[in-house]
Design a protein around this ligand. Structure first.
Ligand SMILES: Cc1cc2nc3c(=O)[nH]c(=O)nc-3n(C[C@H](O)[C@H](O)[C@H](O)COP(=O)(O)O)c2cc1C
Length: 157
């Protein structure tokens, strides 16, 4: 069964680190969203969509791409890295994927480092930024490995 990972990781390649773990463990093709313009989605039965979180949302580029797809009966999963590292941010994309006919088989998130002062004066962001330093770390990678093993089991890879 052919599988694909598409990711957007424009800030610090944090999400790309996780995408590489998923691609390696599943033998998937790995595509940066920058190169995903003419991807033939029909070739794949399992697709992972990943992004960093930018101003409380996954990248709009990912939403625009997914809008173009017919995902009927495709198994999909969503992953993100963010300062806080919660799967909550994945939910909007999951909703869109469901509306495109996809079957959701997983949602993953972990922290990804950022420096708040590069884009905000918000004190809370500054604190979250400090806690995010060094992520994704070895523990996050292990968590990603455990996640993708479950995905593989669910998808008959
Ligand atoms: C412009 C910008 C906005 C961000 N907004 C949020 C946010 O709303 N919530 C959050 O938890 N992290 C936020 N972050 C932190 C990123 O989600 C985190 O660094 C992520 O790992 C970036 O992924 P990437 O390196 O793959 O692009 C933001 C980072 C940037 C650069």
């Amino acid at each position: 069964m052919k599988s694909l990972i598409i990711y957007c990781s424009d800030y610090r390649n944090n999400t790309e680190k996780i995408a590489r773990v998923f691609a390696e463990e599943t033998g998937s093709e790995l595509i940066n969203i920058k190169d995903a313009g003419d991807v033939d989605i029909d070739k794949y039965k399992l697709i992972g969509f990943g992004s960093g979180v930018y101003k409380e949302n996954l990248s709009p580029k990912l939403f625009n791409l997914v809008e173009k797809f017919n995902l009927k009966d495709k198994k999909v999963f969503v992953f993100s890295t963010s300062g806080v590292g919660i799967t909550f941010y994945n939910n909007k994309l999951i909703k869109l994927l469901v509306s495109k006919g996809a079957k959701i088989i997983g949602s993953f998130a972990c922290k990804g480092s950022f420096m708040a002062r590069e884009f905000s004066n918000n004190k809370l962001f500054d604190i979250i930024g400090r806690f995010s330093q060094g992520h994704p770390n070895d523990k996050d990678i292990k968590k990603a490995e455990r996640f993708i093993i479950r995905v593989k089991e669910t998808s008959d890879l």
